[in-house]
Design a protein around this ligand. Structure first.
Ligand SMILES: NC(=O)c1ccc[n+]([C@@H]2O[C@H](COP(=O)([O-])OP(=O)(O)OC[C@H]3O[C@@H](n4cnc5c(N)ncnc54)[C@H](O)[C@@H]3O)[C@@H](O)[C@H]2O)c1
Ligand SMILES: [Zn+2]
Ligand SMILES: [Zn+2]
Length: 404
């Protein structure tokens, strides 16, 4: 079958690989009808999320149809249309039962302290072959799959695999309350859904910061107040928009591949620029960009720093942008002296998603407008390259199963 395979930093290929088979009674096999490319995949191709094993199939967002189930999978049968959660969870351990399914004690083959297990990730997350493929093996299928009602199309469902639940989870981590002014850093697809979720959870105003025009335009279309960090200092702008107080809650939807401003009043002075350069060398020592492609972000801690500065005293920050374990820079002293509450993590997909499926099924929210690129699995590599460069208008790429 065809699959997108990680060969090295900056080196991904569409390969022919063997079809997966059941390995454990809790496994299922799913024929993937639709997958997608995520900002998280870019971290692994850019080298800012390290420890990938050569030969791992990439991708952790998919919709499909069950073709086979192991003996211990009692609630799904071949033919069921399913949503695949990005993160894998057993549904029986202490963490799963508390709803913290991204911290499942059982799903990660590297043990309970190894952290979240997800599809198509580094060695320490499994590794479990991913979903940008024609078929996939789904470990702990009973908990890692959700049934899909006929009223939710594949196109609506694909953003329920990771993005909508992650945005929702981000707004929850930031403790969004009725009347809040919320600032979202990052207007990629995760930031867009964090903004939409903040409104749905009661935010009165949502300010979105990014440096890419078409992504800011998409945030404006949701009636967010937009700030271009290449034109304005985002911290100053947020203070100005909030009577000098700052945002009540901030969501970091950027992560380790954050960029520094290239121009404008927020462009870093030389000392800060050198500090960013040192961060990049430490976090991504093996980065191997091919020309303009797959370059790590040049300001790894930029979004984290702005979040701490832009939030009000005693404010709340929710971090959903991914920072891998080797990242150690955080403005802890500034945060401590503002009495901040900071929560973060990988989305607990299994427990967050069910009400969001209902919301989409009921027509209360249509996630399809922000899927800007409709590609096929066969053209995934070119799509990765364009998405990596943040080509204007490329906010989210879905990959339909290649026909024929
Ligand atoms: N916690 C989770 O469970 C989870 C799930 C999915 C994705 N993620 C993470 O969410 C993040 C966003 O994902 P995405 O798919 O939207 O990625 P993306 O790369 O499409 O979007 C990131 C956006 O951040 C912007 N940006 C860069 N530097 C910035 C800065 N200093 N300030 C403000 N904006 C800046 C970019 O221009 C881009 O629009 C990634 O780190 C991804 O790994 C986390
Ligand atoms: Zn994702
Ligand atoms: Zn578990």
């Amino acid at each position: 079958m065809k699959a997108v395979v990680w060969h090295g930093i900056g080196d991904i290929r569409l390969d022919d690989v063997p079809e997966p088979t059941l390995r454990d009674p809790h496994d299922a096999i799913v024929r993937i009808t639709r997958s997608a490319i995520c900002g998280t995949d870019l971290h692994m191709v850019r080298g800012t999320m390290s420890g990938m094993r050569e030969g791992t199939v990439l991708g952790h967002e998919a919709v499909g149809v069950v073709t086979e189930v192991g003996d211990a999978v009692r609630g799904f049968s071949p033919g069921d249309r399913v949503l695949v959660n990005s993160t894998i969870s057993c549904g029986a351990c202490r963490y799963c039962r508390m709803g913290h399914t991204a911290q499942c004690d059982v799903a990660n083959p590297n043990g309970p302290q190894a952290g979240t297990s997800f599809f198509g990730g580094p060695e320490m997350t499994g590794p479990v072959d991913g979903l940008q493929a024609e078929y996939a093996r789904i470990p702990w299928a009973q908990n890692t799959l959700h049934p899909l009602p006929d009223t939710v199309s594949d196109e609506q469902a694909i953003l329920l695999s990771d993005i909508f639940p992650t945005g929702w989870f981000g707004a929850e981590l930031a403790g969004v309350r009725r009347g809040d002014v919320v600032a979202v850093f990052g207007a990629g697809i995760v930031g867009q859904f964090a903004a939409a979720s903040a409104f749905k959870q009661g935010a009165a105003r949502v300010i979105v910061v990014d440096g890419e025009e078409t992504r800011l335009a998409a945030a404006l279309a949701q009636h967010c107040e937009i700030v271009d960090f290449n034109a304005e200092d985002p911290v100053e702008a947020i203070r100005e928009l909030t009577n000098g107080i700052g945002a009540d809650a901030v969501i970091d939807a950027v992560g380790v591949d954050a960029e520094r401003p290239k121009r404008g009043p927020a462009a870093p002075p030389q000392e800060q620029a050198e500090a960013f350069d040192a961060e990049v060398r430490q976090i991504a020592p093996d980065a191997a960009p091919r020309g303009e492609h797959f370059k790590p972000g040049d300001g790894p801690s930029q979004a984290a720093r702005w979040a701490v500065e832009a939030v009000a005293k005693c404010g709340r920050i929710g971090i959903i942008g991914v920072y891998p374990p080797q990242v150690g820079q955080y403005p802890i002293g500034q945060a401590m002296n503002k009495n901040l509450t900071i929560r973060m993590g990988n989305c607990d997909h299994h427990s967050v998603t069910p009400p969001l499926i209902d919301m989409v099924a009921a027509g209360q929210f249509d996630p399809t407008a922000l899927i800007t690129e409709h590609e096929q699995l066969g053209s995934a590599i070119g799509a990765y390259e364009a998405f990596d460069l943040r080509e204007p208008g490329w906010i989210k790429v879905e990959l339909a199963a290649t026909q024929g």
